[in-house]
Design a protein around this ligand. Structure first.
Ligand code: G3H
Ligand code: 13P
Ligand code: NA
Ligand code: ZN
Length: 328
């Protein structure tokens, strides 16, 4: 059944678990997520970015999610719009039937330029008014999701838009978070606590803590009724990187957020954990390996099925690690 993010994350908070929010662009990702949820009895958050809508087309994407709900009626599903760039974008998603939207007002409507706090409050508050009138939840974002290692604003290629910041400037400020929640009424808040988007999070194998657990605790104590969201939560599995590179890929050495640290974050209030890159890596690795080992195969179902299997296992691992399993 389709449910709102508020409903799902209130349960997660009550029982102390986290929910991975997987990005979805195609049939294979959607099936992998649902098969994994079915096997582990987990509630599901699927999220669609602007890029996903562009790739699949909004109607296909919408029906892909609706089809999942039809095939697995016993699993609670939250249909979430990832990184909305304006209230108008969020409004269109609400009209399409999404049960949750993210208004990312930390950036201007080009999705790149950092925006002022006032702008963020204004667009987010307007989105909340509209969404709540329709029973739809809202995620906001406060802080700069960048790389603490380089001090750059995180981008897929590791090159930031706005230059080098020092660590504390990039993290979400607990006092500002309290004001923001009061001013906007968001159900969930994406916070900057050491993660960045994409595969290139850390150039060296993390030895100590990459997440600022102290900051998560502080923010959580200021906004106990608002669910914390961690973007950029892929762990960048080294086994999949090795398979990709063994079978013709060329991905440089890179590291993600260790699963154990995400689990630690969940103990202190992180409820929604955004994962896209890990599914991309598993899918690519499985397809590369199959293609290399079966050079005469040309039925796309053969190699796409390998990608479904790889992504399913990754989803199962996250549902189990985050305590999502058993809570559908
Ligand atoms: O936040 C970024 C997500 O990984 C979605 O990526 O915009 O390429 O679909 P995308
Ligand atoms: P990753 O790139 O770490 O998978 O993060 C995805 C994300 O935050 C989507 O909003
Ligand atoms: Na989101
Ligand atoms: Zn994100």
């Amino acid at each position: 059944a389709l449910i709102s993010m508020r409903q799902m994350l209130d349960h997660a908070a009550e029982f102390g678990y986290g929910v991975p929010a997987f990005n979805v662009n195609n049939l294979e990702q959607m099936r992998a997520i649902m098969i994994a949820a079915d096997k582990t009895d987990s509630p599901v958050i699927v999220q669609a970015s602007a890029g996903a809508r562009k790739y699949a087309g909004a109607p296909f994407l919408r029906h892909l999610i609706l089809a999942a709900i039809e095939e697995f009626p016993h699993i609670p599903v939250c249909m979430h719009q990832d990184h909305g760039t304006s209230p108008a974008v969020c409004q269109r998603s609400i009209q399409l039937g999404f049960s949750s939207v993210m208004m990312d007002g930390s950036l201007k409507d080009d999705g790149k330029t950092p925006a002022s706090y006032e702008y963020n409050v204004d667009v987010t508050r307007r989105t909340v008014e509209m969404a709540h009138a329709c029973g739809v939840s809202v995620e906001g974002e406060l802080g700069c999701l960048g790389s603490l290692e380089t001090g750059m604003a995180g981008e897929e290629d590791g090159v930031g838009a706005e230059g080098v910041l020092d660590h504390d400037q990039m993290l979400t400020d607990p006092e500002e978070a309290a004001q923001f929640v009061k001013a906007t009424g968001v159900d969930a808040l994406a916070i900057a606590i050491g993660t960045s988007h994409g595969a290139y999070k850390f150039t060296k194998k993390p030895t100590g803590d990459v997440l600022r657990i102290d900051r998560i605790k502080e923010i959580n104590s200021r906004i106990p009724d608002t669910h914390l969201v961690m973007h950029g939560s892929s762990s960048v599995p080294q086994d999949w990187l090795a398979i990709i590179n063994e079978f013709g890929g060329e991905i440089p050495e890179t590291y993600g957020v260790p699963v154990e640290e995400i689990v630690e974050g969940i103990k202190y209030g992180v409820r929604k954990v955004n994962i896209d890159t890990d599914l991309r890596l598993a899918s690519t690795g499985a397809i590369r390996r199959f293609m290399a080992q079966n050079p005469s195969e040309f039925d796309p179902r053969k190699y796409l099925n390998e990608s479904v299997k790889a992504m399913t296992q990754l989803c199962i691992d996250r549902y189990e690690a985050f305590g999502t399993a058993g809570n559908a």
